[in-house]
Design a protein around this ligand. Structure first.
Ligand code: ZN
Length: 366
C-alpha cells in the first residue's frame, strides 16, 4: 500500500505500517494533553495503543500462517489505524480451508484474552469495573483493558457479515452443504440484514454502530459481486479472453510517437517491444506523466514498465482472476508452450464477465 513503511518481515511476509498511524498517535497524545493527563498517563496510553497494534498484527499473522499451511502465500500485512490488512495471494475456497483461515484471526484474540485473564482479576461488579476503566490507562488497568479489547476484537470480527471474518466463517460453514456461489449469496444477505439492524440500533445506542452497518453493507456487496464474477468465469481459460489485437511500439521510439499512436487509436496500453520481442508495457497515464516530466523527445525504454506479467493460455480464469485484477493498468502477456500468443488486460476480462452475465452459456454445471 502506498505511504507504508516496512517494519520487517515474519515468515517471509513483509510487515508494513501506514503513515496515518502516526496521526492516530499524535491525536491521542493531543487529547490526553487537553484532558490534563500527565506524561505518565499519556505514556501508558501510547504504550497501550502500540500493544493493540501488536495484537492486530498477531491476528493477521494468524490468518496468514494458517493460509500458509494450505500453500497460500500472503503478499504482505499492512497495519492501518482502523486495523490490519493481510493480502493473501488468493482466498481459500475449500470450505474447511476457508473456515480455518478465517477463524484463525479471532482465535488469536481469544488466546491473548485467555492468557491475560491468567494474570489479572476482572471485578465482578460492573460498577467497580466502570470506575476502573473511566480512569484511563495506567499500570494498574493496562492488562484489564488489554483483556477487554481482545474479547471485543474477537466478538467484533466474528459478526457473521462480510467483510468481517465471521462472514467468511458463515460462508465456509454453509459451503459444506451448498454451492459456494449460493453460500456467498446467503452469507451476504444475512450480513446485510444484520447491518440494517446495526444502523437502526445506532440511532438509539451508539452512532458507531451506524458506521459498522455501512461498512458491512458495502463489504457484503463487494464480496457478492466478486464471487459472482468468478462464478461466471468457471470453466473458461485465459485462451477464451486473450486479445490478438493490441498495439505495439518499439522501446527506442520517443514519447511523441507514442502520443501520436494514442491519439490515432483506441488503445490505452501499449506493448513495448525490442527487435520484435516484448520487453515492457506502457499505460496512457504513465505516458502522460513522463511527457510532463521529461518532454516529448524522451525514448520509451527509459521509463516504460518492465514488470511483465505472463499468463498461461491454458490457465483457468478463476485461478488467475485475482492476479489479473491486481494488475489493473498493465497489459499481461499470454503464452503457450513459452511462445507469446496474445495479451490480456483487466478491462477485457471485465467485458467478458459482463457478456457472460447477460448470456451465460452452460459451459459448466453445478
Ligand atoms: Zn481477521
Amino acid at each position: 500500500m502506498k505511504g507504508s513503511l516496512k517494519l520487517g518481515s515474519i515468515a517471509g511476509i513483509g510487515i508494513f505500517i501506514h503513515w496515518s498511524f502516526s496521526l492516530l498517535l499524535a491525536f491521542v497524545i493531543y487529547v490526553n494533553h487537553k484532558s490534563g493527563y500527565n506524561i505518565n498517563q499519556t505514556a501508558w496510553t501510547v504504550l497501550f495503543i502500540l500493544s493493540i497494534f501488536v495484537t492486530v498484527l498477531l491476528h493477521e499473522l494468524g490468518h496468514a500462517l494458517v493460509a500458509k499451511k494450505y500453500n497460500i502465500k500472503t503478499k504482505d500485512i499492512t497495519l492501518l489505524p482502523i486495523g490490519g490488512l493481510a493480502r493473501l495471494e488468493k482466498l481459500p475456497e475449500k470450505p474447511l480451508e476457508e473456515l480455518m483461515v478465517a477463524i484463525a484471526g479471532p482465535l488469536v484474540n481469544l488466546a491473548l484474552a485467555f492468557l491475560t485473564a491468567l494474570i489479572i482479576s476482572v471485578p465482578e461488579d460492573p460498577k467497580v469495573l466502570a470506575t476502573l476503566l473511566s480512569k484511563g490507562i495506567s499500570g494498574n488497568t493496562f492488562f484489564l483493558n488489554f483483556f477487554l479489547v481482545n474479547i471485543w476484537l474477537a466478538i467484533f470480527n466474528l459478526i457473521p457479515a462480510f467483510p468481517m471474518d465471521g462472514g467468511r466463517v458463515l460462508r465456509a460453514l454453509l459451503s459444506f452443504k451448498l454451492n459456494r456461489h449460493i453460500a456467498t449469496k446467503i452469507a451476504a444477505r444475512v450480513g446485510q440484514i444484520l447491518a440494517l439492524g446495526f444502523i437502526f440500533a445506532g440511532f438509539f445506542i451508539n452512532p458507531f454502530l451506524i458506521i459498522i452497518g455501512m461498512f458491512v453493507i458495502i463489504g457484503a456487496q463487494a464480496e457478492s459481486e466478486f464471487v459472482e464474477s468468478k462464478y461466471f468465469l468457471k470453466g473458461y481459460t485465459v485462451r477464451d479472453v486473450l486479445m490478438t489485437k493490441y498495439q505495439t511500439i518499439d522501446a527506442n521510439q520517443k514519447i511523441k510517437t507514442a502520443i501520436k499512436l494514442l491519439l490515432d487509436s483506441q488503445y490505452k496500453i501499449f506493448l513495448v517491444t525490442e527487435n520484435g520481442e516484448p520487453v515492457g508495457t506502457l499505460h496512457r497515464d504513465h505516458l502522460l506523466v513522463a511527457l510532463a516530466e521529461k518532454g516529448e523527445e524522451e525514448p520509451l525504454y527509459t521509463f516504460m514498465n518492465r514488470d511483465l506479467v505472463f499468463l498461461d493460455a491454458n490457465a483457468l480464469l478463476e485461478d488467475v482472476f485475482e492476479l489479473v485484477y491486481s494488475n489493473k493498468s498493465n497489459l499481461m502477456l499470454v503464452t503457450e508452450n513459452d511462445r507469446f500468443i496474445g495479451t490480456l488486460d483487466t478491462e477485457n476480462l471485465i467485458e467478458f464477465i459482463l457478456i457472460k452475465e447477460i448470456n451465460p452459456q452452460k459451459k459448466h454445471a453445478f
